[in-house]
Design a protein around this ligand. Structure first.
Ligand SMILES: Nc1ncnc2c1ncn2[C@@H]1O[C@H](COP(=O)(O)OP(=O)(O)OP(=O)(O)O)[C@@H](O)[C@H]1O
Length: 230
């Protein structure tokens, strides 16, 4: 389980996240929703160690990882797919994956096969430069690459943002498959309907504070939308 307890995060003199508590249960999806600028990405970056927590604690399966560097958290099973379909544009899709698979030792090739089973369309594109892929294909590549580290908790920041609808469905299906297979997924998502449908637990973040949380489920959508004034 990933837990963030009383977490404060900021930039310079600005405080952005003010004492947030969240729990990502084992298996299943935990969703974080909130308006632009609410602090969702800032919170995720603190979870994975790209920003320090100013106070509070991040723990992974009971271990305090608050002071660990990002690569040390990856080794303990935390993987992060940032917003924006990031990849090494000059490298082929295969090379993008191989960079991580090589570091995974003997597990690398079986994880690669599993990741490509999840996103079969990528198999046809392995020889293409990542910079020439569509946004949706690059997002699939980024998720596949994160899976090659063998995570127990996968953190996804707006994985369907700016992606054509046909691929959105493939990505949503993949998230469902991964969580059904036992992976814990922490999902930041603007699509409230999808997020609540997929999530066992949800949080709404506003101005750096959790203003609402509860069990997920499509039946929560109207209440959450009303609370978020969507
Ligand atoms: N590198 C930075 N330096 C200073 N302030 C930042 C930095 N990154 C983000 N912020 C500020 O922190 C606040 C929260 O931003 P953050 O990106 O975490 O929000 P978000 O909820 O993820 O928004 P979005 O949905 O637009 O991605 C915003 O006011 C933003 O301007």
């Amino acid at each position: 389980m990933l837990q963030m307890t009383g977490v404060h995060v900021g930039y310079g003199r600005t405080s952005v996240v003010h004492g947030v508590d969240i729990e990502v249960a084992d298996g299943g999806v935990t969703a974080i929703m909130g308006h632009n600028g609410a602090g969702k990405t800032t919170l995720l970056r603190a979870a994975v160690g790209l920003l320090p927590v100013r106070s509070g604690r991040v723990s992974l399966y009971g271990e305090d990882v608050s002071k660990l560097r990002p690569h040390q958290r990856v080794r303990r099973g935390l993987a992060y797919v940032p917003q924006g379909q990031q990849s090494f544009g000059q490298l082929t899709a295969r090379e993008n994956l191989q960079l991580v698979a090589d570091g995974a030792g003997s597990a690398g090739s079986s994880r690669m096969a599993d990741a490509l089973d999840l996103f079969p369309a990528l198999r046809e594109l392995l020889g293409r430069r990542a910079g020439l892929l569509s946004g949706g294909q690059r997002q699939q590549l980024a998720i596949a690459r994160a899976l090659l580290t063998g995570p127990r908790v996968l953190i996804l920041d707006e994985p369907t943002e700016g992606i054509q609808p046909s691929v959105v469905q493939e990505i949503e299906d993949a998230i469902g498959t991964l969580s059904a297979g036992g992976l814990s997924v922490l999902l930041v998502e603007q699509h409230v309907g999808f997020a609540l449908g997929a999530a066992g637990q949800y949080y709404v973040l506003e101005s750096g504070r959790v203003t609402r949380s509860g069990a997920g489920g499509a039946d929560q959508e109207a209440d959450v939308r009303a609370a978020m004034a969507l």
